[in-house]
Design a protein around this ligand. Structure first.
Ligand code: ATP
Ligand code: MG
Length: 401
């Protein structure tokens, strides 16, 4: 298999230093959603709303929703730079680029192209007609560019790395230079809502990223070992959530104290505590799903990574949980997860020292627990009451970024 790289971030260009003179707008093209058939109108509406939300605080003239693209008209140079930066964090985009708009006739296209190509520059022209009824073909257009090369002040060379893309639609022709790859995936929220069990380690932020990428809107649940919820809210968890908030603008999190569980767990053998803690968290997430109208749970588990993540242990910790559980990292090696964490900027915060509830796992956990044993232990500590108690003590917090 070829070397395979996961793209977690759009290329960061230094737009603050760029000059967008000559451009009229930013064209935005959808990714995976263009193949969604009947769902397409809902998806495009969701994506449009998500982008609008992401652009909050940036002034623009207009933001159009067309059949197969969106067109944003920033007010000034700074508006272009800031909008491009934000679009780099929107799931569901295939590409976006500053564009010049011309009428769809050869004269206008050739005349306008000069506005976005420097004198003496050598460019390759890539033309595409999405409206086929026009009286010229893309090849004829390129031929006409070559015929009129003298009046252009730039050179045409099909081997040039510098490109001029010309996309001809019925009334308008969009001309772009550098296309920026979007993050791909689906608009956040378009696949439903899920509870993300969020530990603050390396894995759960990456799992949350991939869940959002597939269109899940997340509500985060963090079980902490502090005596006070505010202390947990002021911890590194907050820093991690801010980073994940880049992709969705606002975040809801439940901070839940672990001590109702910890005190109940004193009654069971140490080596089962971690599996039971997982069971506790799944039950908790399920209860919060009901409150939040969520349809799934997301975790950062990866098969076999640590003693608690053997297939048997995963099965016994989730037994009795009806909610669908997503484990986006199941097939990842730890070093691949670390690469992703670095690429989305969560790694440095994730490795900071933290008062982890899972330090209860310092005793070697059992690796092959049976479902019936965990069911019995769970009953013996009255798990439902423990979850009730923890929920009573939880704190819900909404962040807007
Ligand atoms: P992570 O790097 O995400 O902490 P891990 O490799 O430490 O994962 P575990 O400790 O077994 O592995 O945790 C597995 C998953 O269980 C986490 O990815 C997260 O989804 C959930 N989880 C663990 N601890 C907590 C917690 N304190 N609060 C909420 N969820 C948790
Ligand atoms: Mg952990």
């Amino acid at each position: 298999m070829k070397d395979f790289k996961i793209q977690c971030q759009s290329a960061a260009l230094d737009d603050g230093l760029m000059d967008f003179k000559g451009f009229d707008c930013i064209v935005i093209h959808f990714g995976e959603i263009s193949i969604k058939g009947n769902n397409k109108p809902d998806f495009t509406k969701r994506l449009y709303a998500n982008i609008k939300q992401m652009l909050e605080g940036i002034e623009y003239e207009k933001f159009e929703m067309l059949r197969d693209r969106f067109v944003l008209y920033p007010k000034n140079n700074e508006g272009y730079a800031r909008s491009l930066e934000r679009l780099g964090r929107v799931f569901g985009l295939s590409w976006y680029a500053p564009a010049l708009i011309s009428k769809s006739n050869i004269d206008s296209i050739i005349r306008n192209s000069k506005k976005i190509i420097g004198n003496e520059e050598t460019v390759k022209i890539i033309a595409h007609r999405s409206y086929k009824e026009l009286d010229f073909t893309s090849t004829e257009l390129i031929g006409e560019f070559i015929n009129r090369e003298k009046e252009l002040r730039f050179l045409i060379d099909k081997n040039s790395n510098s490109k001029l893309y010309i996309n001809i639609t019925r009334e308008r022709t969009y001309m772009t230079r550098e296309r920026r790859a979007g993050l791909g995936g689906l608009p956040v929220g378009s696949s439903g809502r899920a509870i993300s069990l969020f530990s603050g380690g390396i894995d759960s932020p990456v799992a949350s990223y991939f869940a959002m990428k597939k269109g899940l809107g997340l509500v985060y649940v963090h079980v902490h070992a502090f005596s006070d919820n505010e202390e947990a809210a002021g911890s590194k968890i907050n820093g991690l959530l801010q980073i994940l908030g880049r992709y969705c603008n606002s975040i809801r999190v439940y901070y839940v104290p672990a001590y109702p569980f910890q005190s109940a767990a004193m009654r069971i053998p140490h080596r089962f505590e971690l599996i039971l803690f997982k069971r506790f968290m799944f039950r908790l997430a399920e209860r919060i799903s009901d409150i939040e109208g969520a349809d799934a749970i997301v975790t950062g588990e990866s098969l076999g990574q640590v003693a608690s993540q053997t297939l048997k242990n995963m099965a016994s910790s989730q037994s009795g949980v009806d909610q669908f559980i997503f484990r986006p990292l199941i097939g990842f090696d730890k070093n691949e997860i670390i690469e992703c964490a670095k690429s989305i900027d969560t790694f440095d915060i994730s490795i900071k020292k933290y008062k982890d509830v899972c330090s209860i796992s310092s005793i070697k956990p059992a690796t092959g627990t049976s479902i019936s044993l965990i069911d019995r232990l769970s009953e013996s500590i009255s798990m439902d009451d423990v979850v009730d108690k923890a929920l009573e003590l939880a704190m819900k917090k909404d962040y807007k970024f």
